[in-house]
Design a protein. Structure first.
Length: 95
């Protein structure tokens, strides 16, 4: 039985190509944000909510921090008017 010749790949859909380019740019910028945060903020790990609230109440000096928190803790911070931003945290490019 004869095998038909392989067909060349179909050209990529321009909308798909644009989406992939935008996704690539977003990923690049999120990695840049991660580098900036790590270079300029104190890592407080799972104590983030506690530290953010303490600074908000004036119990400890304000400083830039980053870490993680639960959804419940984040909601409590929002309800108490504690300013913070959730940033998507991508793995480092260097592993």
């Amino acid at each position: 039985a004869e095998v038909p010749p392989a067909q060349p790949p179909a050209p990529a859909d321009p909308a798909t190509e644009r989406l992939m380019a935008v996704q690539g740019e977003v990923m690049k910028r999120l990695r840049e944000i991660r580098r900036e945060v790590e270079a300029n903020c104190d890592f407080v790990g799972d104590r983030f909510a506690e530290e953010a609230r303490s600074m908000h109440l004036g119990e400890t000096p304000a400083r830039p921090i980053y870490g993680q928190t639960t959804e419940a803790e984040a909601e409590s911070l929002r309800e108490d008017g504690v300013p913070f931003a959730a940033i998507p945290w991508l793995p480092r490019e260097d592993g």
